[in-house]
Ligand binder design. Sequence first.
Ligand SMILES: Nc1ncnc2c1ncn2[C@@H]1O[C@H](COP(=O)(O)OP(=O)(O)OP(=O)(O)O)[C@@H](O)[C@H]1O
Ligand SMILES: [Mg+2]
Length: 241
Amino acid sequence: MKGGDNMIELSGINHQFKIGTRGKERTIPVLHDIDLKVKKGEIIAIVGRSGSGKSTLLNLMSGYIRPSSGEITVQGQAVTKLDEGQWADFRLANYGFIFQSFQLIPSMTAYQNVELPLVLKGVSDADRKKRVSELMNNLGLAEYASHYPGELSGGQQQRVSVARSLILNPPIVLADEPSGSLDSENEKALLMMIQQLNHELGITFVIITHDEQVASIAHRTIRLQDGRIVKSESGRDSDEV
Ligand SMILES: Nc1ncnc2c1ncn2[C@@H]1O[C@H](COP(=O)(O)OP(=O)(O)OP(=O)(O)O)[C@@H](O)[C@H]1O
Ligand SMILES: [Mg+2]
């Protein structure tokens, strides 16, 4: 596979937002000289104060925004050169997302929510059933399959939402404050799930967090300050070579 050991590479990234109307435009510099390599199978935590550029960095990695300058490579593919349609396909094939708000569809059961990406992709009934049941079993969600989101706790909803983001087997999962609205029990369950998925399936995670607990499961923690990486420290022992 192209890209060597690296899953995501950012080099020389700068980003400014432009705001205001014609004649009164203003540029807001947000990210400066970002160089970052995320290895395959790594869990990276991104920390930093509010406004330091964390979400912007994540949105650049997933192509929702384009860098003002610099190059981004994902799995060896120069994604900065993709057009919108190509990015949409690439994102669907390579990324899962964990949201703070679970964004489940209230009129669909847990099972149907997890199944949805497969339906949209046109996967056959039998294959969908097999894959959804297997994943929900693995994530300890089987007993909630027929519950609607309104009949689940916050932590259970979060896990259903994680299952939905993983149903297409993405090699990369991006998460923006995934435990922000969870109590400590549910947070623990979520973190164990992330570790399990990382370990068993080799999924690469990039997780924005304010939370020490989350940073403690990361192989590496990147600190942003005023749009610059000021510190990159190793966390727990990495189990890769
Ligand atoms: N679409 C946008 N247009 C203009 N400015 C923006 C836009 N999105 C973000 N910004 C600005 O960029 C800076 C970084 O925002 P970002 O959302 O990346 O911060 P963050 O580190 O994720 O903060 P938080 O921890 O509060 O989520 C902020 O000053 C913000 O106001
Ligand atoms: Mg943010």
